[in-house]
Each structure stands twice: as C-alpha cells, then as structure tokens.
Design a protein around this ligand. Structure first.
Ligand code: C5P
Length: 223
C-alpha cells in the first residue's frame, strides 16, 4: 500500500533510450531498458499523481494504464523527446530518467547507405539538446520551493558520487540519482545513490519498483 503523497500533482517522466537514425536501417542508441523510468511512473500513479510518460524506443507496457492516470507519448530521437517535453507545461516534478543520446546524426540519409568496397563512411555528429537543462532553466520559485522539482539521473563507469554531484551543480537541479554499478541495464534490480542538498545517501539494492517507491516518497517530501 502506497501513501497518496502526490495527490493532485502532475509528474513528467522521460524514460528509455533515444535512437538516432543514420539511415533507414541503421542508427546509434544508448543502453536503457526503460524499466527504471516506467517503475517511477507506476510509483507516481500509486502515490496519486497524474503522469505524462515520454518514452524512447522500449518494449514495455504502460503501467497502470487502466487507471487513466498515465498518458504516454512514444518518441524515437532526442530531438523528438525534447519537443515532447517542451510541449508539456504545468507539471510539479520532472524525472529525467531517459538515457538520451548526446549526439545525433548531422545529415541522416533518406536511403540506405550502400557499402563502397572496403571504405567506411564517415558520419558527422551534432550535439543533441539537453532536455533536462532546458527544463531546469524554466524552474521558478513557488512558495520557497523550486517548481517543477527536477530530478536527474546518472549512469557512470567511474566516480559516481563526484559525477552525480557535478551534474547537480552543472544543471542547477536539486537532486541527481546515480545508478550504482553497471548491472542495472535491463535488470529488475538496481541500487541508487541520491545526491541532494544534504549530500549523498544510498538506497540499498532492491527491485526497481521498490526503489521507485522510495524515491517518490523522498521527492514528495521536497515539494
Ligand atoms: O548531461 P548528462 O548526461 O551528464 O546528465 C544526465 C541526465 O540528464 C539524465 O537525467 C538525462 O536524462 C538527462 N539528459 C537530458 N538530455 C540530454 C542528456 C541528458 O535530459 N541530452
């Protein structure tokens, strides 16, 4: 049983990877099953929130769809995810859980690029928009509290705590949640490091849904 700590609140969540097309059959993407973001969506609905879930390509069913409390928009590229997020207004919490590709393809080919003997094509990348940073720039102060309350995520191969703290500063957001270890990809289990104004705190290894519920309880206290 979940306490209705988010009754009347609206929560925006990005989840899953993005896919950047090189041509109609090829592309680059990031590792992300979407499970953590979808678990947060479920936990938010359980806590009484209305949820807008913006999902990159992933194979997951919309949680608690029958409640009508969750609207889902499917997107492919980071650009599309960015547009979908900017299209939304008036939410209380933003969880940027998506593993957004840092670079898109400058000029994706409309036709499949044919092999040219042994030569490999060179592909030009362009920086994708930073979705979380753009939302963070719109944050207002509402009754002494940041609105919307932005939560960023970090998956790092080294120095998780330092990187998470650096992201928090760089993006000017109150909370960054780090994934401890690499086994999180695709797994139902995870372990988190929450970095906020009080420093950092571990949430012990558990099912992603259990972690999501703990995270929702934590964030509900902040808003
Ligand atoms: O910028 P960096 O990758 O260090 O930070 C990761 C956090 O920023 C995650 O919460 C991720 O969802 C978000 N992000 C984003 N748009 C990007 C890159 C990262 O929203 N283009």
């Amino acid at each position: 049983f979940q306490k209705k700590t988010l009754l009347g609140k609206k929560v925006l969540i990005t989840a899953g990877p993005t896919f950047e097309a090189i041509d109609p059959v090829r592309g680059i993407t990031n590792h992300s099953s979407g499970k953590m973001g979808f678990a947060i969506a479920r936990a938010a609905v359980e806590a009484g929130a209305q949820v807008q879930l913006i999902a990159g390509p992933c194979d997951l069913a919309t949680p608690l769809e029958a409640t009508g409390k969750i609207a889902r928009t499917n997107v492919t590229s980071a650009k599309e995810m960015h547009l979908a997020v900017l299209n939304d207004a008036d939410y209380d919490i933003f969880f940027a859980v998506a593993a957004v590709a840092d670079w898109g393809i400058a000029k994706p080919s409309k036709e499949k690029i044919k092999r040219q003997g042994k030569d490999a094509p060179s592909i030009e990348f362009i920086a994708n928009p930073d979705i979380l940073l753009d939302v963070a720039k719109t944050v207002k102060n509402k009754g002494g509290k940041p609105h919307p309350y932005c939560v960023g995520f970090a998956a790092e191969s080294t120095d998780l705590e330092a990187h998470a703290a650096e992201k928090r500063q760089r993006k000017g957001i109150p909370m960054v949640v780090g994934n401890i270890g690499h086994e999180t990809f695709g797994s139902d289990l995870n372990q988190l490091l929450v970095v906020d104004e009080n420093g950092s705190k571990k949430i012990a290894k558990a099912e992603k849904l259990q972690l999501a519920r703990q995270l929702i309880a934590l964030v509900a206290k902040k808003i």
